[in-house]
Write a protein of this length. Structure first.
Length: 450
């Protein structure tokens, strides 16, 4: 998951819900869907030319994908891959607007969009085409993102995670003891106390960076702060319903605490609140490590998000690869997926973008994420996946709801979060969001995927 430009969202109570996100985690929900059409790909000959679509990410990511294709094409003469790169901002919209019969044999997609593409019969299960070795080497967390009804529709080269970055010099100066692993996370009360104590030592009274950037009514609002809901024992959605899990007193209390942090939060209009030393703590993801470590060096510490009672939680998930439902050559598509997800290509991609590798073999050797590495915390979190439904104290990394109705879930939750941050009553805002989500699901027969 890499950080992109802010976007906007225009939700409607139909399956055709537009979604433009602050992070390139998802962009546009598809229209229609449902029904009973079989989306199993044809096996085909396993030879010939296959088409592949990928999003045009950072320069390093693009190079990694292009090199993977070149290496694959030159390594054998039975299958030829024809790669098309599509600009990041247009990528998901392009898949959405393209008829399933015109989609490629293999395509990349952002995690939260997967269920909608399955619902609209644009993705096929990959279980019969990716090798058993590839499936076994995928981390449990990334497999949770790609699974619907016991079938896997996608696997990623990398994953994502959240944490609290701290300025050790400022923490030590304030006499604050801070957690060093997921096992000793601050409670919400301890985190709040640390924020206040650091603020008292700060010239402008702003000790915290929440990557505000002007609004939380976007995917950053959901990805960044749904962990508060999960850590308070709630959920964005459970068994297709938000009422009774999103609007609980415990979640409302937790968001009241979140609301109280605004007093001590740097608006971060320039994106440099933590890097420039204006804030001692930064609530953000793995992707800021290169910038922060370059500036702070040994004074950079990495901590888990605070525990609101159900254990610390983090979001997870990112871009993944799948097979087009209408491919006539699933066997060749699977062969290419196996190559994309081998050690060489996953290592090249995660070296380029700094994300946690989504394969067990590369993760174990990663200089950043291996045991004893500076970002071991993120791999420790991902090693305890919850999936999107069984969220208890024993797990940490939570998958955003795997549902074709995700655009509505994220739109309504992030709007509620933003209004709470702006001063609205948490219970009222959550009640409104839960009712709107459930009405949309009711209008669309629960977005059931056959």
């Amino acid at each position: 998951m890499n950080v992109g430009n802010p976007g906007s969202r225009t939700p409607r109570r139909t399956a055709c819900t537009a979604l433009a996100l602050i992070l390139p985690l998802a962009a546009l929900a598809a229209c229609g869907g449902g029904g009973t059409t079989d989306t199993s790909a044809e096996q085909g000959s396993g030879t010939g030319t296959i088409t592949v679509w990928a999003h045009q990410g950072t320069k390093g990511e693009v190079t990694a994908v292009q090199n993977a294709v070149k290496s694959f094409n030159s390594s054998q003469d039975k299958i030829k891959v024809k790669l098309t790169l599509i600009p990041d901002a247009d990528y998901t919209k392009t898949i959405t607007a393209t008829d399933a019969s015109k989609l490629p044999d293999v395509m990349e997609f952002d995690g939260p969009t997967m269920a909608n593409f399955v619902y609209n019969k644009k993705l096929a299960p990959i279980d019969d085409y990716a090798s058993s070795k590839t499936m076994a080497n995928a981390t449990d967390a990334i497999k949770a993102q790609g699974e619907i009804g016991g079938k896997h529709y996608g696997l990623g080269m990398f994953d994502s995670g959240l944490g609290i970055y701290g300025n050790k010099k400022l923490l030590d100066a304030a006499g604050i003891t801070y957690p060093t692993s997921v096992d000793d996370a601050w409670t919400a009360a301890e985190f709040t106390a640390a924020v206040k104590k650091l603020a008292a030592e700060d010239s402008d009274g702003k000790s915290l960076d929440l990557q505000e950037g002007g609004s939380y009514a976007n995917e950053w609002g959901t990805y960044g702060f749904a962990p508060i809901v999960w850590s308070a024992g709630g959920s964005l959605l459970k068994n297709g319903k938000a009422e009774g899990v999103l609007d609980t007193p415990e979640v409302a209390k937790a968001l009241k605490t979140f609301q109280s942090w605004k007093t001590y939060t740097d608006p971060n209009a320039d994106g440099n609140a933590f890097a420039k030393g204006r804030a001692a703590l930064s609530w953000v993801g793995h992707w800021m490590y290169p910038t922060y470590s370059e500036v702070l060096g040994d004074d950079l510490v990495v901590m888990p998000l605070p525990d609101f009672g159900n254990g610390p939680k983090t979001g997870q998930g990112s871009w993944a690869w799948g097979i087009g439902a209408n491919t006539k050559n699933g066997k060749a598509a699977g062969t290419f997926l196996d190559t994309l997800l081998n050690d060489e290509n996953v290592a090249a991609m995660t070296t380029a973008n700094g994300a946690p590798p989504a394969t067990k073999s590369v993760l174990a050797k990663s200089e950043l994420y291996k045991q004893g590495g500076p970002l071991q915390l993120f791999s420790d979190q991902l090693a305890k996946p919850c999936g999107d439904s069984n969220i208890d104290k024993s797990c940490i990394a939570v998958t955003r709801p795997v549902t074709a109705g995700y655009p509505t879930v994220t739109a309504k939750f992030s709007t509620a979060l933003n209004s709470v941050y702006g001063g609205a009553d948490p219970k009222t805002a959550l009640d409104k969001a839960a009712r709107a989500i459930d009405q949309d699901f009711s209008d669309n027969a629960g977005y059931q995927i056959p």
